[in-house]
Every structure is written in structure tokens, then in C-alpha cells.
Design a protein. Sequence first.
Lengths: 186, 525
Amino acid sequence: MGKIEWAMWANEQALASGLILLTGGIVGVAGQFRGWQFAAYAVAAGVFVCLLEYPRSKRAKGTSVERTGQYCFTVCVKAFGPLTRNYYVRAFLHAAICVPGGFMLATVLGCVCLGIASLIYLAAAIRGEHWEPILPRKETRKPVAESIKNPPQNPPPRPPPEMRRKQAGDLEKSAYDNPMSVTDDE
Amino acid sequence: MANCIVNYGFSAFILFVWMAINIFLFVYFYFFYDLGPQFFYTRHLLGSALPWARAPAAVLNFNCMLILLPVCRNLLSLLRGSFVRCSRTMRKQLDKNLTFHKLVAYTIALMTAVHTIAHLFNLERFNNSRQGLGDELSAALSELADTENTTYLNPVRITNLDPQQIPTYFAFTTIAGLTGVVITLALILIVTSSMEVIRRSYFEVFWYTHHLFIVFFAGLVFHGAGRIVRSQQRTNPPHNTTFCKDRPDDWGRIPECPIPQFAGGFPQTWMYVIGPMVIYLCERLVRFIRYMQRVRYKKIVMRPSKVLELQLIKNGFKMDVGQYVFVNCPAISQLEWHPFTMTSAPEEDFFSVHIRSAGDWTDKLIEIMKKVPEGAEGPKLGVDGPFGTASEDVFDYEVSMLIGAGIGVTPFASILKSIWYKFKDSDPKLRTRKIYFYWLCRETHAFEWFADLLQVLEKEMEERGMGDFLTYKLYLTGWDQSHATHVMVHFDKDTDVVTGLKQKTHYGRPIWDKEFEQVRIENPT
């Protein structure tokens, strides 16, 4: 169990709880249940929790899979800096948010689920995990080596042309072996 | 189109039948509760929320019965074995067991949501009637209590609590309410830990949380024990609802309207789920018995790229080509079972698995095996299986095209070895005379053992003068510039630089149209 990042499961649980809280709230308001004010609160709280939890964190080890279209949410959540980065804050925030849900049956399930998510986040925070935004990778081109930038200005030193021309008179001296094979069929 | 029907027709048919049963149950029970005269007074208190709660309950009964069956893998193996006479199409459905399990799970989750929301309305309406917010009839009906000559209709009896908290109090103090909350919570935890992200990366969280299904089924069986959905019973003299509904004050005072009596329905869920629960219990028992059976080691071989080959012997173990087993090593973890495809042929007197280092458990296993001295027995192992579709159909055809991609090449080790044995022994059941094997992977790193196998087969076939029995093509899809340069430099060599095989490696994905064309040309009918 060494490689488990509890925050990943806490995130799924919190997102589900947000949806359940939202649904319970909608039922309470639409049905005009007793205590519908708590249901109205649950709608707002549910939406808030969903928005906070939608962007997945980058994993410490391994590849991270984004949720569809989470980039905008990532940017918003990232803007809150340490408040959203730290999982202790999230654990206490969820614990606080879930309490009013307990005052009405329609939202009680959302309350309990969010409470459980809060506990898992607490476990994640104790293990030192934190939220990391998943940002698109910028393409870094390999830095070009220095020597490419300065081509040589002068040709390599050669003996004067009279010496380079093959001396037709002296065959022995002007013959040489090619270091590499220049024929086709080797 | 014809291909679609052949490939997916039977699955579509099964799904259609399943969906039809679901829809039938929903509609039938909806109208049973919506139109049934015995629920007339109940409906007066609850409105249409009553049938909206009972219809998904029926669908839930059916699906909770089904959900345990696709995960009884030993049962499925048994069915697959006995279906050998039946068509391949039927056996193929058994391979899709996990997909079906997930589909049924989604249905259970959806129906639970509908059921819970409808009951929220029911409780609110019961509460309101009890508080006297309805009409005269509702008040009279809610007044009825459990005494010596009356029976209650409205299960909410309490009035001396804050009315907003009564539904919550009711939910946590009645059998139906408490079991409902507990099992819904268990279901939610099961669903969130079964999301693909969690399953693929942290399997233990998924697996251990999934065992909350025990809580789920226990609560489910007792969920109806409180019998709080009440229907009107026949009284003597009969209580005529059409006449008496407008005269609640006269109930018990005039002969046409004796006090109406109510009783709850007999709980039925247990009848649906008891069978599959027993079957699943047997399944776990079989797994346990298999775990206790002794597994002896024939050989332990360390292969390159951190691949471990284990050759094992188990009494009474019979496998088919392309099947897999679950392996457990108590020295590493008592509870973890990991699946591995078998790489040996059924003709051999042992079965082997190739295990690559890919995580905690496999790393520890390889470490332990490295320390085992030559010829000694390794740590105690449990082996469950074999499971999976046998690929024995490959032996029935004269020309076979085998395509293995990535890790999917592992069953082909078994298949190729088996074909080789059958060929050597001139097995009359083997009709194959030509095999095309396509191996697609990103890189051959970690598959050197398979390349070795191909080399051995290639050599043996050359020796027998059967060079063209097996044509294999390796496609490396993860090539880059350095690969290409390397190949260009060694272009003239006889064997391939990557695999050492005679047939050259291709780069990129195969162009299937050309491949099929080529096979067709080489094998005119």
C-alpha cells in the first residue's frame, strides 16, 4: 500500500459528495420541504465543493490524468495559493461545510459523504501530500551547443596550389591510399 | 455491417434482454403501486412518490441479484468448460463479465438515487400528514395507530419532536431508514473507490473498499423487514374506499365503513439475492481451497530486463493455451492475488509464468526468488485458475493470423509452443500449415525472453526444412532517429539488429490492408 496517494481518493469522494449535496439540496428546495433553507444552502455548498474539487491534482509519482476541461478550474483554484494547496485547510473546510447539511434529511447523506472525504483529506495531509496544478508542458528545445554558433572563419591550412596538383611526372610520390572505401560494391 | 452482427450481435441481444427485463419490472411495479386499489389510502398520503419509490426497488432487487454472478470467476470457468460443445459466440460473452458487472453497478447506483429521492418525498409527506397539514382524510389516516383494533398506515408515529428533524429521526431509528442510509453510504464509497483513476493506480484501495459489498448485502436483506410500506387489508365487513373516503368521521360507526386495516408487504429482497450470495460464498471457498493446494517449483529462472520465469507444478492442474492464473505469495502479502498469463504449452508437464517487475509486489517477488539457492524450493505460493478464454480455435484452421500487441503477446508464447509440440508429434487435430504472427510493441525491452523463444522456434524450423511454416513480423512503434541510424548502418547484416532474428524488424504500425492483401495472395483458396 506504499504508493497510495490518499488525496486522489479523497478528491473522488469529495466530488461525489458535492454532487450528492447538490442533488439533496435541489430536492429539498423543489419539494419545498421543511427546512428548505438548509437545502438552499446545500445547493450553494454543493456547487462550491464541485468547483473546488473538479481540477485533479498532479500526482507526485506517475502520470496524472486530467478531467475533461479542467484547465480553467485549475487556474482558478491555483489562484488561491496556499489555501487550496494545503490539504489540512481542505479537510477542515469540508468538515465545516458539511455540518449544516445534517439538519435536514434530504442533505444528510451529502453531509456524511463530505465528512468522510474530509477525513480522507486529513489522512492525506498527515502524510504530507499537497495539491499541485496540472499545467500544460512547455516545449523546451534542446539548447544548441556553443560551438555551432561560431563556424570557422578561415579554410583549413593547405600547402600552396603548386604542391597540391598531382605531379604527373612522379607517379610513385603522388599515389595514395584512400582511408575509406570509395567503391560501390563493398 | 455483417461483421458487426457476427461480432456484436449476441452481446447486443443479451443486453437487450436485460434492459427489457429492467424496463418491464419498472413499469409493472410502477402501475402496481399507482393503480392498485389496496394502495388507495397510501397514495392519498404520498401521491405518486409511492410508485416512484417502489418501481426502482424492483429493478434494484433484480440487479442486486445479477451483480454477484459475473465476478464468480471459477463459476464462469466451469460454464466455459461445459459450453465447449456450444458455439464460440456464447463462450465469448463470458469474457465480457467485468463490463456487465460495471453496467449492472451503474444501474444500481442510478436506481438507488431515484429510490432515495422518492423516499425523501414520501417521508416529507408522511411527516406533513402526521403534523395535520393535509386534508381531513389524511389526518384521519395518520391518526390510526397500532392498538388492539386498529393498525397504522402512516409509519411516522412521533409528533413531539421538532418537525424538521422528524424525518431524520425516523431515518435513523427505523430498520428501513437505518439500513437504507448505511447501504447507500457503502455504495457511494464503493463507487468512488472504483473510479478508473483509483483502480489503475491504487488497486488495494479499490479492492479492500469493494468488500463493503458485504455490508451492502447484509443491509439490503434486512431493508424491508420493518414492513413500513402498508397496503389496505380486507376487513369483514369490507371497507368500501370510494364511499368511505369522504366520511372519515364515520369510520367504525356505520356498517359500510369499518375502520380500515393495514399491513406491510412481506419482504422479498432476500428471495432474489440469497441464491447469488450462496454462489459467491462457494466461489470464495473454492478460491481458498485452491490456495491451500500445494504448488511445487520445477525451475526458477531470472530473465533479462528483470523478468522472472517460474516453472511450477500443481496436482490435477489442466490448462489450455492462452489462459491465465492468479498467483498469491503469503510471504509478501496474505491478501493480494495477481493475474499472470501462462506462457507454457499444455503439452508440457509444468506450467510457467513470466513475471516482469512492475510494482511493489512483483519487485519483492523477484527479490525473494533471487535469493533462493539453485534447486531449492521457493516460498509457498497459491495459484488459482486457470481462467480466461482458451484460444484453441487456432488449431482448427489451415492458415492462422496471430496478432499480439504489447503485453498481449504473452498468450502467444503459449500458443506458439503448443503449435510447435502438436506439429512435432504430428497431432492429427492440428490442421494448421501456415502461421502469420504479428508482434506490435513500442520496444522489445522486457520481451527479450519472447524474442529468444522465436529464435529457438526459427532454428528448429530451419533444421526441419520448414522455414516458411511460421512467418513473423515485428513492428516497433517506438522508434526514433537513433534507431533509424543504427538500422541504416547495419543494413547489410543477415540477422536483425534488434532481435537477432532472421526476419527483419519493421518500424511503425503495420498497414493492414497491404498485409491482408499479401496473405490473401499467398494463400489462394
